[in-house]
Design a protein. Structure first.
Length: 247
């Protein structure tokens, strides 16, 4: 059976491997030896060691940066990046998820406003056509590093005082539970790969060419009523997701 064949990672069926990929594979092994935070040796040194051009070496390094294995710091050099955060998919607050990974969560509010709901948003949240919503946009951080950009839309009637009682760095879900008695029971999520807009990339301190993970979520309470619509943009080089499937 096809599925039982051994996996030859990165090797095409014709067996010819691009030179940069061979260099990349050797660099991956090198990174494990160097350890997190260690500087990568100079390009000239690595190109000579691997007997390739600096252009070939740069292609391999560029891919490792995009994958989040290396971190390029302007004016300082290239370093071995920290392992990606792996966040479980589910109704778990960002605060709880990040702390389970041994990192300290925080947030920076970018936008906190009441705005008229668009017809589509009103339909999703089950609101009247002329209803207002609260729009909360926050940069999500882990140990001070920007990880994601989250935009949440909630009914302004149901959460009338939210902007007054939500502390800037606090968990929104905890505030919803403690201040409004609202707990989420289920959600629908859709995940896709996108590129960030220039504004989003600037807020996340990321290269606009960096692949991002875009998560759309609509959450409901125990009665089945829609509570929130969320658009979360995560840096593909710094975070991944995990879920458990049952048949």
């Amino acid at each position: 059976m096809l599925a039982s064949r051994p996996v030859r990672e990165g090797v095409p069926e014709h067996g010819r491997v691009p030179k940069y990929f061979t260099v990349k594979a050797r660099l991956v092994s090198r990174l494990a030896e160097l350890g997190e935070g260690a500087p990568l040796p100079a390009e000239r040194e690595l190109a000579a060691e691997y007997a390739v051009s600096r252009a070939t070496l740069r292609q391999a390094i560029s891919e490792l940066i995009l994958e989040g294995r290396l971190s390029s710091q302007q004016g300082r050099g290239t370093f071995v990046a920290a392992p990606k955060m792996i966040q479980p998919l589910g109704l778990v607050s960002y605060t709880e998820a990040v702390r389970t990974m041994g990192r300290e969560p925080s947030r920076r509010i970018v936008t906190a406003e009441r705005v008229p709901a668009t017809p589509v948003l009103a339909g999703v949240l089950g609101l009247a056509a002329d209803a207002e919503v609260i729009h909360l946009e926050r940069v999500l951080l882990a140990d001070g590093e920007p990880i994601g950009l989250e935009s949440t839309y909630l009914s302004a009637d149901r959460f009338a005082t939210l902007l007054d009682v939500l502390a800037p760095g606090a968990s929104l879900y905890r505030c919803m539970r403690d201040e409004f008695g609202v707990e989420l029971a289920e959600a629908e999520e859709q995940i896709e790969t996108v590129l960030a807009s220039p504004r989003e990339a600037a807020l996340l301190g990321a290269n606009p060419a960096l692949p991002m993970l875009l998560v759309h979520r609509v959450s409901h309470d125990a009665a089945g009523a829609p509570v929130e619509q969320v658009r979360s943009l995560f840096r593909g080089d710094r975070i991944g997701f995990r879920t458990r499937l049952r048949g």
